[in-house]
Write a protein that binds this ligand. Structure first.
Ligand SMILES: Nc1ncnc2c1ncn2[C@@H]1O[C@H](COP(=O)(O)OP(=O)(O)O)[C@@H](O)[C@H]1O
Ligand SMILES: CC(C)(COP(=O)(O)O)[C@@H](O)C(=O)NCCC(=O)O
Ligand SMILES: [K+]
Length: 279
């Protein structure tokens, strides 16, 4: 059994993968500021032969997790951002500074689709591009939906955006504080993603498939007018590419790979951009 960990700023996600069948045997999440416990949070370590970790939380969170796991499992792999991997060339001036979750998403996205745009909607919303030749020109970091909402301090923290709400209503003016905040925050995230996507496709003369992940990936997906695919396991898939352990992974089969959704045509992107400039 392989234990994959995706430690974000808010939630630490885990996934258990059977190394013989490639089947996902279990999943879970806990708050990142809580300490891991065996039995409750981490499945029985006797059956785990290897652990792969993506961490963007504080360094001591990683150290604490590794120290706990090291006592039970020998083979622990921690992903790091580097200048290049899996055919992607990191665009950061200091490549090791790029959040490793972003790096893993890019590596997975490039393996799946070649050039692509990755969007990770978690504590932060991050957006990165990898061009068809593997160059990553860099990306964007915006506050995530929850962070935007909490930073306003209007007492609407506990009023979540209703994922079932009809899209027309979610974009309409709010007639109470909770709706005004939720709708505003939502439109901010969705519009920024669409605008940055079009600007950069135009800048680099490409039309890239878009891949969306993260805890708020599903709700953001509902508001995006651009064609895109959701890939909840995208960060885990980057771990699979970087540290392939199973037969399937060595053949390039990544868990939960979505079908690549064709991007809009370059002409459609140009037209939409020209329209935003007219306004
Ligand atoms: N069951 C859930 N528990 C907590 N947050 C959730 C849940 N479902 C969706 N979310 C949203 O997902 C965000 C966390 O997403 P995630 O991608 O795990 O973030 P990170 O990687 O930064 O920890 C939260 O800020 C919240 O808005
Ligand atoms: C931007 C992030 C905070 C996003 O993390 P997340 O929202 O997934 O918890 C993380 O990728 C990070 O800490 N990055 C380092 C800074 C950078 O990428 O430039
Ligand atoms: K993120």
């Amino acid at each position: 059994m392989i234990l994959d960990l995706d430690i974000g700023n808010t939630l630490s996600k885990w996934r258990l993968k059977d190394s013989a069948s490639d089947a996902i045997m279990g999943r879970g999440a806990m708050w990142t500021h809580d300490e891991w416990r065996f039995g409750d949070d981490i499945p029985d370590p006797r059956h785990i032969e290897a652990i792969r970790i993506s961490n963007v939380a504080r360094h001591d969170v990683l150290e604490g997790t590794v120290a706990l796991l090291e006592r039970r499992v020998d083979n622990i792999m921690v992903a790091r951002s580097t200048a290049q991997a899996g055919g992607v060339r990191n665009g950061y001036d200091a490549p090791e500074r790029l959040g490793v979750d972003r790096w893993l998403g890019l590596i997975a996205g490039h393996r799946l689709a070649g050039g692509c745009c990755t969007v990770d909607c978690g504590s932060a919303v991050t957006m990165d591009f990898v061009l068809p030749d593997g160059r990553h020109p860099g990306g964007y970091i915006l506050p995530g939906l929850r962070l935007m909402k909490e930073s306003l301090r209007l007492g609407t923290r506990s009023v979540a955006i209703d994922p079932e709400q009809e899209m027309g209503r979610l974009l309409a003016p709010g007639s109470n504080t909770a709706d005004a905040v939720n709708h505003g925050v939502y439109v901010a995230a969705v519009s920024a993603i669409q605008r940055l996507y079009m600007e950069n496709c135009d800048r680099y003369g490409v039309a890239l498939p878009m891949l969306v992940t993260g805890g708020d990936g599903a709700i953001v997906s509902r508001g995006l007018e651009l064609p895109h695919a959701q890939w909840p396991d995208m960060v885990y898939a980057g771990l699979e590419v970087l540290f392939p352990l199973t037969e399937g992974e060595r053949r390039g089969v990544l868990a939960g790979m979505p079908a690549v959704v064709a991007p809009p045509s370059r002409e459609a992107i140009e037209k939409a951009l020209a329209f935003t400039y007219l306004l």
